[in-house]
Each structure stands twice: as C-alpha cells, then as structure tokens.
Write a protein that binds this ligand. Structure first.
Ligand SMILES: Nc1nc2c(c(=O)[nH]1)N[C@H]1C(S)=C(S)[C@@H](COP(=O)(O)O)O[C@H]1N2
Ligand SMILES: [Mo]
Length: 318
C-alpha cells in the first residue's frame, strides 16, 4: 500500500472539515456578496472561472449517517485515487485536471417517458443536496471514511420517469481518449460502465455525489458527479457520469467485462468471500496502521440486506 503523505487521521470528525467554516459564499465573493441577487451568484462564479456550484457548499449534514471511525484526512483521500481513465497508478491528480467538466451534459435515456439531456448545473439545482458521512471500501482492501455531498439517486430516478419495464439503471463515464490517456488503451472496455437494479437505485443510501469535504468534487474524485453505494466495493461508484440509461437487461459492467472471474455485478462487501487473489476478512484503514475487520455490507446491512433475499444463488459478494 503506497501512502505518500504524512497522515492526519488523528483528527476527530468535528475538526476534519475546517473549510466548512472558511469557504462560504461571502468569503468567496468578498463583502459585496450581500448586495448581489442570489440567482446571479453562479453566473458571476462562472465568469471568474470558479466552480459555478460553489454557492451550494457546504450543504447541510444529514445527522442520521454516523461513523464508527474518524473521517479520513482530506489530503490523503484526494491523493490516493482509482481513476483508470487517467492511468493505473493512485496518483492521477494532475492527469485528471485535463478533463473539462464544463459544460457537462448528462443524457438520460432508455426506458423512460421521454429521453432528455440535462446540464449538470441545471440538474444539481433541482436536487436536494445534503452531506453524509459514509464508510468507503475498495475491493483492493483499503478503506476510508468520507463526508460526501450529493443527492439521493431516487430523486433523479423520479425526474427521469422510468417505464415499469425498466429493471436496471446503467451508468457510463465520459469517453474522451484525447484527454484521458487511459482510454487509448484499447483492451479496456471503455467507457467505464456500472449498473444497479431499480431497487438499489431507489435505496435511501444510494447517492449521486457532487462534492466532498464540503466543496465541489475535484476531478480526481469524479467531477462533476459520481455514484456512491457505500455497501458495495468502490468500483461500483462510477465517476464523472455522462449517461444514465434505464434498461431491461442487467448491464455488463467495466470490471466484469474485463475479468468476470474476479468482479461481478453485485459486488456487495462481505468479509467471508475472498477475492480470488486476496482475503477480504479485514481492511487497511487509509492513513493508519490499523486493520479493521471487514463488515458485511460494509456495515449497512440493516438498510440493504432485504434487497438480496431470494438471490442467494448468485455471486452477490464478488
Ligand atoms: N470512471 C471510473 N470510475 C471509478 C473508477 C475508475 O477507474 N473509473 N475506479 C473505481 C474504484 S476501483 C474506486 S475504489 C473508486 C475510488 O474513488 P476515489 O478515488 O474518489 O476514492 O472509484 C471507482 N470509480
Ligand atoms: Mo476500488
């Protein structure tokens, strides 16, 4: 495990996000902000080259999601990423900066009342943003704990108006090999694709994430919008989503297409089902020497286990 930064994991949760206080819209625009009508703030921000959604952060934290461990140090989480579009190393920050995230359109199509495209900045202002503290578990057996900002995917499902014939939601990342050098590697099944059942998509835990540590997502975390399903291995949490399709058939996902003996559709966290090449019994807490026992469904069984009743014959934990 390569961890380059001096860790700051001793910080208690309450102190882990000091920028919540420093980074409010008034601080950003200076003292005159109070004189400017609220609706013009995003345009001003865009003209200045700043993130046009900055005024939405920090969002109010939803206190019902609590952690059993300290929040991971922000710098550590921001410099230890998986984003294969920008290379196979954990160090993708500078490569990912090349991705233009504005304008950013998301296509909503497949089995819906009426397919449409929506600009990310329009979408995010229609959705109920909140902050949640979630555990996060990569299939590689490292784990972190993160304050994500986002909105429940079910709010977007409602906006999309899927037909009753839709059984799955399929997500695709952008396809742009000119900026994403990883996408010139033709043996990967680009674009990165993931999928959920309709029940999973409508589960309360399933978040469309637009921010982290009280700020808009930096590119390496999947700007401008990515999925987070905290009871599943991290590879389900597809980044930089450009298309969401409602479909009847189970989508073939990126990792499944690449190596179906090691990665499946469900990818629920389970300490008792090893990856073919390593144990999943415990996890390395990022930024610490601590290993913790892995929790079934990453500790979220109460909210999600019922969705898998009757499916025990499938490879639910790979
Ligand atoms: N488009 C895309 N999404 C992706 C990946 C990727 O390579 N490309 N990697 C996945 C994996 S394996 C993990 S562990 C998480 C990492 O998210 P983070 O870098 O924000 O911690 O993103 C997931 N989403
Ligand atoms: Mo991962």
């Amino acid at each position: 495990m390569l961890i380059k930064r001096r860790p700051g994991w001793e910080l208690p949760e309450s102190q882990a996000t000091p920028e919540h206080i420093a980074m409010n819209r008034r601080a950003f625009l200076g003292g005159s902000a109070g004189l400017i009508a609220g609706s013009t703030l995003p345009q001003i921000a865009a003209a200045q080259g700043a993130d046009p959604t900055l005024d939405l952060y920090p969002a109010k934290r939803n206190a019902s999601y609590t952690l059993d461990r300290p929040v991971t140090d922000e710098e550590l989480a921001a410099n230890y990423n998986n984003f294969y579009e920008f290379g196979m190393s954990k160090d993708v920050v500078s490569a990912a900066k090349k991705l233009p995230t504005r304008p950013w359109n998301i296509a909503i199509d497949g089995m819906v009342e009426k397919p449409f495209e929506i600009g990310f900045d329009d979408l995010v202002r229609k959705m109920p943003l909140e902050e949640r503290l979630y555990r996060f578990r990569c299939v590689e057996s490292w784990a972190m704990a993160v304050p994500w900002t986002g909105f429940p995917l079910k709010a977007l499902v409602a906006l999309a108006q899927p037909l009753s014939s839709a059984k799955y939601v399929k997500f695709e990342t952008f396809l742009n090999p000119r900026v994403a050098s990883g996408q010139t590697q033709r043996w990967y099944p680009w674009p990165y694709t993931e999928g959920l059942t309709m029940a999973e998509a409508n589960n309360d835990l399933t978040l469309m994430v637009t921010g982290i540590y009280g700020k808009p997502l930096p590119n390496q975390h999947g700007a401008p919008v990515r999925l987070i399903t905290p009871w599943k291995y991290g590879f389900k949490s597809v980044k930089s989503i450009a298309r969401i399709s409602f479909v009847a058939e189970r989508p073939k996902t990126f990792w499944e297409a690449l190596q179906s003996s090691e990665y499946g559709f469900w990818a629920n966290v389970n300490p008792e089902v090893p990856h073919p090449r390593w144990s999943q019994a415990s996890e390395q807490v990022l930024g610490s020497r601590e290993r913790r026992p892995t929790l079934l469904f990453n500790g979220y069984g109460e909210q999600v286990a019922a969705m898998y009743k009757g499916l025990e014959g499938e490879r639910l934990y790979v």
